[in-house]
Each structure stands twice: as C-alpha cells, then as structure tokens.
Design a protein around this ligand. Structure first.
Ligand SMILES: [Fe+2]
Ligand SMILES: [Fe+2]
Length: 360
C-alpha cells in the first residue's frame, strides 16, 4: 500500500485533489476540434431523416441516466494499487478523460451553434454532449481517488483546437466513437473472464458505457448517409483510407508505448490493439466505401516499424542535447515515419461492399 504522500501529485493539506498539469501536446495526445458551424447548420438531413429521428429518439431515452453512480467498490480501491500500476493507470484515466471531454466540447458547441436552424441535429449533439460529460466526469472523479484531477475549464481555454471541415469531423468522430466502443467492450469482456485482473472498479461500468459510444458512432453513420457525398467518389475513398490509417497507427504506437497499463490488466497491448483495429475496420465497412487490408502481412509490420522509430524519437526527446541537435538526430526517424505512412497508405484497400456485403 502506498501512502498518498508518497506521490508526486498528492492531495494538498486540506485533502483537496491536486490539479494535474495536462500532459504535453504531441501527435499522440487527444485533440480538440472545431468546425464550420454555418455548413453544419445548413445541412440537409432529408436523405436520411427517418433514421436520424429514430436515433434521436433512442438518445432521448437516456438509457444510462442512472448508470454512472459510484458504489462502495471504489472505497479504498486506489490505495490497493502498487506505485507502477498506479502511474500507468492515472495516465490512462487522464488520456481517456481528455478525449471524452474533447467530444463533449465539440458536441456541446455544435448543438449550441445550430440550435435554431437545424433543431434535429442540434438535439442529437446535445444528447451526445450529455453522455460525454458524464463519461469525462466519471473518469475525473476516478482520478480524484488518486489525488489528482484535471482542470477541465483550463483545458477548454488553453488547448489548441484543430479545425476540420464537417466531412472530416464525421470521419474522425465516427472512427473515434467506434474505436471507443471496441476498446471498452474488449477490456470489459477480457476482465469478465479474468476478474483477478480487474485493478479498479471503473471497469465494471464499461459494458453500458460502450453502448453510448456505439450509439454515437451509429449517429455519425446515419449522418454520413444523409450527406452521401461524404462517402462517395474517388476523393472520399482516399480520405477514408487516410483517416482509418491515421487513427489506427496513432492508437497502435501510443498503446504499445504504454504497454505496462495493458499488462496490469493481463492484456498484451499488441494483441489488444490488433483485435480493436480489425473490429473497427470491419465495422467501418458499413459506411466507408473502402477500408484497410489489415490482414495484409505488410500492415502490422509497418506499424511495428513506426513503434520502433517512435521509441528512438522518445529517447532523443529525453536526452539533454540542445533543441537543434535533437531535431537533427530525429530527422532520419521522422522521415522514415513519413515514408512508412505513405507505404501503408498505398497498400491496396478493400472495397467495402465486397468485403462485407451482408451489412451494406
Ligand atoms: Fe464517451
Ligand atoms: Fe462518444
């Protein structure tokens, strides 16, 4: 058992959780997005109005209204964790909380800005913002058990926002919702089989939680069907491939870099990611015109080379060399990664209706 005072981010004397400094922004940390609100407000939903209304009705039911209530299992659970597991677990909580919160901010802002002109879309976004706020809040409370907390107001005001036009927002959020679903459900099912690896009670909540993410993903699926040009034509095919690759590669490199967290759950980070990538890719074939050939032997071999170079880059970053020298040393690996990503991007994709005709 570790006394809280042994931790760097321990609560202050009054027992208040310390406000945690957000981790440095890198290509691997969750992003905050903004978009063209005018174009979103003007969006014609008629091509898929019925399905969107049905999804909105599901959101109104708010199935998880009473789900995110902390129970006695949390009492003292944080103190049971050894220091190393604790470090990687808090990192996991922080990363998850930041990405849930980034979803909340985007959906909330969208719902606010298009409310008068596109009420159906605005209502769907409001319900999703409600869910994400709940998820982020629940994670932040869990961080509080470890004596740290994220200052979400500070994050809102100080994080850089990436602008994406609506169709790119659709690809990126669709993928992050579906990948979120597969990540949560895979961990949940694994821990169901291996209850001895359940290092914290938050995992008990993942089954219902992932259903929220699944519904959010289905909403973006329906929205892209209402805007069929987003998933039609040769240019869209290229963008779908690009987003699939960017999301999969980022996740793989990030998860392997913190494989200790998965080990603490009795999971192998590589096999876990492989499964999540295969499942998300398969799901995406329901809406994207093409998906990646992740079974191609060159695919995971390429991701592994990214992992290798990422380790070199991290080592250079940690060294005490002056910045220009660091950059010079990093250059070969950075260029190598660009070439690797291009090579992966050029692998022949799978045409979705041939790959998964049953669901299209
Ligand atoms: Fe969420
Ligand atoms: Fe979500």
């Amino acid at each position: 058992m570790v006394p809280p005072s042994a931790l760097a981010d321990a609560p202050d004397a009054a027992g208040q959780p310390a406000i945690k400094e957000p981790v440095k922004d890198t290509i691997l940390t969750p992003r905050f997005y903004t978009t063209d609100f005018e174009a979103m407000a003007a969006m014609d939903l008629r091509p898929n109005q019925v399905e969107l209304e049905a999804i909105c009705e599901e959101f109104r039911k708010d199935y998880n209204r009473h789900h995110f209530v902390r129970d006695a299992a949390f009492d003292g659970a944080a103190e049971q964790m050894d220091p190393e597991t604790r470090r990687v677990f808090v990192e996991f909580l922080e990363q998850s909380c930041t990405s849930e919160f980034s979803g909340f901010l985007l959906y909330k802002e969208l719902s606010r800005r298009i409310k008068s002109r596109n009420p159906l879309l605005a209502e769907c976004f409001a319900h999703m913002a409600r869910d994400e706020a709940r998820h982020a809040g629940f994670l932040n409370k869990a961080m509080g058990d470890f004596g740290v907390q994220l200052d979400l107001g500070f994050l809102t005001a100080n994080k850089a926002y990436t602008y994406f036009q609506p169709k790119f927002i659709f690809y990126a959020t669709y993928l992050s919702e579906k990948i979120g679903y597969w990540r949560y459900i895979t961990i949940f099912r694994h821990l169901e089989q291996h209850p001895e690896s359940k290092i914290f009670p938050i995992f008990n909540f993942f089954e219902n939680w992932c259903q929220d993410e699944n519904r959010h993903g289905d909403f973006f699926d329906a929205l892209m069907k209402a805007q069929p040009d987003t998933v039609r034509g040769p240019i869209s095919r290229l963008w779908c491939r690009f987003f699939l690759l960017a999301v999969f590669a980022t996740m793989y490199v990030r998860d392997v870099a913190r494989k200790e967290f998965y080990e603490a759950l009795g999971l192998d980070a590589r096999s876990y990611d492989k499964l999540v990538i295969e499942k998300t890719n398969e799901t995406s074939a329901r809406i994207f015109p093409v998906v990646l050939d992740v079974a191609h032997p060159a695919f995971f071999a390429g991701l592994e080379r990214l992992v290798g170079r990422n380790e070199i880059l991290a080592r250079i970053d940690e060294s005490s060399a002056p910045a220009p020298l660091k950059l010079l040393r990093k250059l070969p690996s950075l260029l190598g990664n660009v070439v690797e990503m291009a090579r992966l991007f050029l692998l022949p994709p799978l045409v979705s209706d041939r790959y998964q005709p049953a669901v299209r």
